[in-house]
Design a protein. Structure first.
Length: 334
């Protein structure tokens, strides 16, 4: 008797929910309740991530389920970090002197409702190929650039051959020292971390991976396997989280997440204050709350597992690390 065929990551992604009718049928909701928000900011929930959600108000559902409050946000900005202004050529952001962000895709495994690139993700190109020629030429002609971060969308939603072509082009640039990949797939579509992908990635060291986990409910057996595969390929793994009201804005939740990541050899490096992106104000937490969480984490974790609490200054000012009051923080150095 033959076993059930294992779906590829492409097949799983192809069965994603995107229309209000599909999403509401799965959650038992009225399509009218989320239709306008999904029209303004496209939705996407793949079957794997959907299987982790228990009910419409749980922390994982809040991250991906369109919410009418997205349309009530009058304070947010479509491009809160002024990325378009610091983009000298298409699909490239050059904010810091020696680092650039290369936007290689507009596809994601899920559409996070708090994403600071809601203006780009899942829109016109619908997964079409980007013309990266001008961006790659810009990198070649700027010898001060030594570090490239692949982002998007999610770079790992490119097919293996296309991703390798980009990595090979970058590795041929003599003045580039570091390649980094920012991805959500380990938490949102861990099936993407295949043996063939890992064999490609390990050819382009030094290459670093920046993972995105927000809640311990995302640390499933599949996610753990994905992280172990990347670690076995010799890729240093770091993780960042975004502090989100109603999702992870409690000490116990963040602590459980960080301890779970540490078991996988993933070093937490940033806990982000939410960017003031349009349609996400209902997720925002006071800065003081984040500082308080980090200060208490320093009493419970060794220092190297305590993430820096950071925010991106509006208008393209760059990242700033915020430090809690000094009292008690020394305990994290033990």
């Amino acid at each position: 008797m033959k076993g059930k065929a294992i779906e590829s990551w492409q097949q799983i992604l192809a069965r994603s929910l995107s229309s209000p009718e599909e999403i509401c049928k799965s959650f038992g909701l009225d399509p009218n309740s989320i239709g306008a928000a999904a029209e303004r900011f496209p939705a996407l929930i793949n079957p794997y991530f959907l299987s982790l959600i228990r009910e419409p108000l749980d922390p994982l559902a809040r991250q991906v389920l369109p919410d009418p409050r997205e349309l009530e946000d009058k304070a947010g900005c479509p491009d809160p970090l002024a990325e378009e202004r610091t983009s000298p050529v298409p699909n490239l952001i050059h904010r810091y002197p020696d680092r650039v962000v290369l936007l290689v895709s507009d596809r994601c495994a899920i559409h996070c409702r708090f994403c600071n690139r809601k203006r780009r993700v899942g829109r016109a190109r619908r997964g079409g190929r980007f013309d990266l020629g001008p961006a790659l030429q810009y990198i070649r002609s700027h010898p001060e650039v030594r570090d490239v971060l692949l982002s998007g969308g999610d770079p790992l939603l490119l097919e293996d051959e296309e991703l390798e072509s980009i990595l090979a082009s970058l590795r041929s640039v003599e003045h580039l020292e570091i390649l980094r990949v920012s991805t959500r797939v380990c938490s949102a579509l861990p099936q993407r971390i295949t043996g063939s992908l890992c064999r490609i990635l390990r050819k382009y060291h030094p290459l670093y991976m920046s993972l995105h986990f927000n809640h311990p409910g995302e640390l499933t057996p599949q996610a753990r396997k994905a992280c172990w595969r990347l670690a076995a390929a010799g890729i240093p793994l770091g993780s960042h989280s975004v502090l989100l009201r109603g999702v992870n804005d409690q000490l116990e939740i963040i602590l459980e997440l960080l301890e779970g990541l540490a078991e996988l050899g993933v070093r937490p490096y940033y806990l982000f204050q939410l960017d003031p992106v349009m349609g996400a104000s209902h997720f925002r937490t006071p800065v003081a709350k984040g500082l308080g969480i980090v200060q208490k984490l320093a009493l419970k974790l060794p220092l190297h597992l305590v993430p820096q609490y950071a925010l991106d200054l509006p208008g393209g000012g760059g990242k700033v690390v915020l430090a809690p009051a000094a009292q008690g923080a020394h305990a994290g150095m033990i």
